[in-house]
Design a protein around this ligand. Structure first.
Ligand code: PMP
Length: 437
């Protein structure tokens, strides 16, 4: 059993989990929609683990695929070698992506995918003789993982304040000023295009010929479930096209069915140049990510021996056989059970239930798309994020796992969820919000 002493002695938990020490929450099993904790309690999973277990837990096809792969081929060096499942998976992924996005590069996480995509964008411009395009643009309240590229383009200032040095030449599209925030939170369609015009401001400031890429999440998850207003992503695409800037979608959360289509790009009808995925790619079972690129981007830096040497990138565990097997088992499960469109089918019911929380004490906004939802609460005076965290603890006690992103409660359940589970999550949340008043 963990005690304060052995926690201190042996283990450095994920640093955002300092609260863990006060009340250890240990998970020992998981099946379908439920975790089991060390006391044998069943806990309904309202966040798909960490936005990743889209097919639910302990799925036979995935378990078998991993077991079989471990016995058959445990490792294949990704340099100068490969194994058949790496190709099979790439083909299967490309079937799901928007037309034209057909080159797959494997990584081991969302953070690695982001830094890989940024490097690809820079390399693309450089090999085309546009080496002056080195600026990268992210979005205020964007989250792109924890590596240097990701925290530089990410919009969470707190995540980079301890490190002094960041990538240089990074800017962020505005987001948090009142008009922008309202447009995102309330989803006012008419503001979408105007909001994206903030990118034109940066283009005017720096000159388009210095800008390599813009990176955004189609729906920001970790910074509070922010759904872009209508026209926003379209306008970003237009502006990028006009100025020769690459558009990167970080689909680490929105990928694999979360918004009702395989990818957010399809839900919003906008095709990026590069997209990053992870999480749902292996149903959370084995670490894996990928960058998926348009053919011409790949060709620019991969055609010809000089470019191969110029663009050196890859990991020991790129296309790891266990990860590829897990991902293939995951895609099979998604396909057999129609999970990649299920969020669209159940999204209406989910929205109805979520919006029934309107009017509860301290609820100031409710946002949703597909099977992802956010309930924003007014913060406790002087204690940001505390009210939401108290609600998280209360739900945990009552056997429901949710997530907090600042003072927004986030829901992102496995896509196998049924109406009765949605009812249970919402009823539990309702009680917790009332008790926190
Ligand atoms: N991008 C986005 C949009 C994410 O939500 C996350 C993780 N929450 C990441 C990148 C980083 O992924 P990982 O934790 O697998 O490195």
């Amino acid at each position: 059993q963990p005690t304060d002493a052995n926690l201190d002695a042996y283990w450095m938990p994920f640093t955002a989990n300092r609260q863990f020490k006060k009340a250890p929450r240990l998970l020992t099993r998981a099946d379908g929609m439920y975790f089991t904790d060390d006391k044998g309690r069943q806990v309904l999973d309202g966040i798909a683990g960490l936005w990743c277990v889209n097919a639910g837990h302990n799925r036979p096809r995935i378990v078998q695929a991993i077991q079989q792969q471990a016995a058959e081929l445990d490792f294949a060096p990704p340099f100068q070698m490969a194994h058949p499942k790496a190709f099979e998976l790439a083909e299967r992924l490309v079937e799901l992506t928007p037309a034209g996005m057909n080159k797959v590069f494997y990584t081991n996480s969302g953070s690695e995918s982001v830094d890989t995509a940024l490097k690809m964008a820079l390399a693309y411009h450089r090999v085309r003789g546009e080496g002056s395009r080195t600026r990268l643009i992210g979005r205020e309240r964007g989250y792109h993982g924890v590596n240097f590229g990701g925290i530089s383009v990410g919009g969470m200032v707190g995540n980079r304040k301890m490190f002094g040095m960041m990538l240089s030449g990074v800017d962020h599209i505005g987001h948090t000023h009142d008009a922008a925030r309202n447009a995102f939170t309330v989803g006012q369609p008419e503001h979408g295009a105007n909001l994206a015009d903030d990118l034109e401001r940066l283009v005017a400031l720096h000159d388009a010929s210095t800008i390599a890429a813009v990176i955004v999440e189609p729906v920001a998850g970790s910074t509070g479930v922010l759904i872009p207003p209508k026209g926003y992503l379209q306008r970003l695409r237009e502006i990028c096209d006009k100025h020769g800037i690459l558009l990167i979608f970080d689909e680490v959360i929105t990928g694999f069915g979360r918004t009702g289509n395989p990818f957010g790009a399809q839900t919003f009808g906008v095709t990026p140049d590069l997209m990053t995925v992870a999480k749902g790619l292996t149903n959370g079972c084995v670490p894996m990510g990928a960058v998926i690129a348009k053919q011409h981007i790949h060709d620019a830096f991969m055609n010809g021996p000089e470019h191969l040497i110029e663009f050196f990138h890859g990991y020991t565990y790129s296309a790891h056989p266990l990860a590829c097997a897990a991902a293939l088992g995951t895609l099979d499960t998604y396909a057999e059970e129609g999970l990649l469109t299920r969020a669209g089918e159940l999204g209406g019911y989910f929205a109805e239930c979520l919006h029934s929380l309107k009017g509860l004490p301290n609820v100031i906004d409710i946002r949703n798309i597909g099977l992802v939802g956010g309930v924003e609460l007014s913060p406790l005076p002087g204690e940001p994020a505390k009210r939401a965290f108290n609600i998280f603890l209360d739900c945990w006690e009552k056997g429901v796992l949710i997530r907090t992103t600042g003072d927004t409660i986030a829901l992102s359940p496995p896509l196998i969820i049924e109406r009765k589970h949605i009812d249970h999550i919402i009823d539990t949340l309702r009680g917790a919000i009332q008790r926190a008043a």
